[in-house]
Design a protein around this ligand. Sequence first.
Ligand code: NAD
Length: 274
Amino acid sequence: MTVLEQFDIRGRSALVTGAASGLGLAFAEAMAEAGAGVTLTDVDGEGAEREAARLRAEGADVRAARFDVTDRAAARAVFDAHAEAFDGLDIAFANAGAGIGPGFWNASGHRNPEGQVDSYDPADWDRSIAVNLTGTYNTIREAVRLMKAGGRGGSIVATSSNAAEICEAIVGMPYMPAKAGVRHMVRHLALELAEFGIRVNAIAPGPVATNIGGGALKRDPALRAKWDSLVPLGRIAEPWQLKPLALYLASDASSYMTGSHLLIDGGMGLGKFR
Ligand code: NAD
């Protein structure tokens, strides 16, 4: 087998959560471009359908479904419909996530009175953990059910964050323990599922220009310049720059890798350099 053949996912299928925008959309595009059948899911069902229609027009074998990752009761039917359409499930991206609630510092460099541990609404804690941590569990749980039933193993890729390892003062605090929880859940599940040939890894991005946080990084040039200045490689990432890592983890190219939490952050986690 050649090295490029190890990246071949033609004939396989992938389900992606949070696929109407940003990284999830990039991962879905990467899977489709590499020849897999893909279900784009998102709480924004219309957005998922819009992007799926665009990819279908380009010749991809994709479908869409509305799926709120916090809705455990709805998950089973979404995954079963994927398996019905594509004869099982080989690859799952547990990607949906959101920055919820204010950080203790604001972008203009001041302490944020609304974002202190004793001032912000505890409902933000509940919501952030529900989407970013429990939603990842809800997704992986269903993917494992189908992959075990298929008997041919599989690859699960969670979207974590560099916030699992470092603290982001302008991001709502619950995001940090939620992503650190994803990081360790991936390690635990990788150990549990290795016997079934199911690999579980995480992509841990630094800042990427997506619609997260209301899309401020795409809209606000001053904010963008500030974040660019924090990255040793000189700029925050664009979603397409994470596609090759997604294909690597989804495919047999990473057949000997499980339980990893791969930072892709332009060097931000290495330490302060300014
Ligand atoms: P994004 O806002 O562009 O896309 C997120 C998508 O998830 C949206 O389409 C949204 O509708 C969907 N979504 C939100 N809540 C959902 C829910 N409950 N159920 C299903 N779908 C839901 O943001 P993004 O940056 O592409 O975020 C994708 C992942 O990347 C998240 O897990 C995020 O935490 C992570 N991440 C992003 C960055 C960054 O700087 N952009 C950095 C590190 C990690």
